[in-house]
Design a protein. Sequence first.
Length: 645
Amino acid sequence: MAQTLTEKILRSHLKSGTLESGKPIGITIDQTLTQDATGTMTYLQFEAMGLERVQNELAVSYVDHNTIQVGFENADDHRYLQSVAAAKGVIFSKPGNGICHQVHLERFGEPGKTLLGSDSHTPTGGGLAMIAIGAGGLDVAVAMAGGPFHLISPRVIEIRLSGALRPWVTAKDVILTVLEHFGTKGNVNCIFEYTGEGVATLQVPERATICNMGAECGVTTSLFPSDENTRSYLKAQGRAEVYRPLSADEGAVYDGLFEIDLSTLEPKMACPHSPGNIEVVRNLAGKRVDQVLIGSCTNSSYVDLKKVADILSGHTVASHVSLGIAPGSREVLLMLSRDGSLATLVQSGARILESACGFCIGNHQSPGTDGVSLRTSNRNFEGRSGTKSAHVYLVSPETAALAAITGVFTDPLSSHGIPYPEVAQPASFTVDDSMLVFPPADGSGVEIFRGPNIGAPPANTPLKENLDGYVTIKVGDKITTDHIMPAGARLKYRSNIPVYSKYVFEPIDEYFSQRCIENQDRGRDNFIIAGASYGQGSSREHAAICPMYLGVKAVIALSIERIHQNNLCNFGIIPLTFRSEEDYAKFDQNDEVVIELIREQITTGEVVMKNRTKAVEVILDCDVTDEQRAMLISGGLLNILKEHS
Ligand code: MIC
Ligand code: SF4
């Protein structure tokens, strides 16, 4: 039978289950990647598994998220990560070498392979025809130990591209169009597979941009076929030998279809405060801009930034605008410096930032009060920039560069007088792997460094018979992991759960953790009530570990996003869903609630929760796999792994 590309790759990696959408499957993972902010917990968990060395084909540890190094914490984390990588057989990408997804695409991605990364934008690898999935650190640790990754066999949605993009219309505008159509919720357990003659008009970095931001739709991943453009990209990276052609069979059947004629698109943007809030740029033409930031794993390839340099050439950044540019990798930075683009950027008044996540995670470059910031990144959740009152718009590098010059939103298709920057893919990239540290063949003698800020992941107890406590918080729809577990200024506590836990829900309710502790002290449980699409955004498992540490036993929501749901199960927090909005309305913060005989109830998949304060009860769904049910009963995956070791 004709197969989709997704099916082909999944089938060749299938370990358990059947490929029928909606059914649980387990797949082998060829490659893994971690980044520093999720990496410390991942490797601490891997160490707890007691293995001498990673078992999968290729494991890379990147340091890109927190390179700010205010205080000793980040530098200590980096030292831990470098030493544990050497000890366990992991390649270490030093801070400054670039953003994990950009570097992985350049140096390690391979068509037809599976990649699991402890970062939600791991699907960037789909630009090279990989099944590349974002997951919590514990899942990645299991994959490094040679274990399968469990997921729900996806619905495969075909996104059929025809035509070609017009000048000034970009890959970013393609994915913003996809986001406009699919939105940021309701796409759990889907994969976007790109097909059609329009595919050949897009180069690998453009495909990577599109796959990267598919994460904002909440899909498991996105992928493109592997074709002549893939071959020339890999050849230009000096890796022609890993090329192999891959595509769906003629007549493959998909679970859905969305057609895009590339030639009809126009420059778009995601408006505050959601990547799904799409508008055409022309609708805001003339609006004043305070800050422009170009970079992030979405749009910081060599061609992206060379185009920016060509646009800025001979111009000066508007006097009221601050322009920052973060090249995605050291390779990109080296190439820009060799071809003179770096000088052009500096001359225009751009501030050159480190090749790291930086501004994208709110680590620095926070806008001023009420500031309007145009960014080429992928998330504009309220407060993520570090400034709650800021208005962040997500745009293409071309749209961003024009605004930096004019100082206002400028439709790239309008008559602004700046010539279109024609930039071709280079025939060869400047490859320099000297900031990759390869592990010794035998790491047994390597001493693993641990600073005082690094603590072991906290233990959980097995599930009790009855849960009894309070709705410690009730939140609405689309609560992101940035709301649950803020990054930015708090990022340096990622390796210190007791301290980081103080900031759970800080952007919404700074007293949440205090209430949790008070309830815990009285021997009562904590419950979180939420609306639709709870846990959108990042893969950070801290959004489950820290609530677990605070005694949260269940999250009851209208719906929960895939990665977060897995993280909750991994750490023994029960994910439950309401059957209706009316049921959601029956609970308020501080209500006293009880779930009796929970161990028995979750095995049936139906759970009755009583609201003692309001004297009502509702039936909830507990839609988890058998493996997850076992984790919930044991108090998390780590407890199960301990039982089996
Ligand atoms: C993000 O873009 O939100 C992050 C920061 O890269 C996260 C990972 C993290 O929180 O460390 C992600 O996307 O998974
Ligand atoms: Fe880094 Fe931003 Fe990409 Fe996350 S989205 S990996 S913070 S650049």
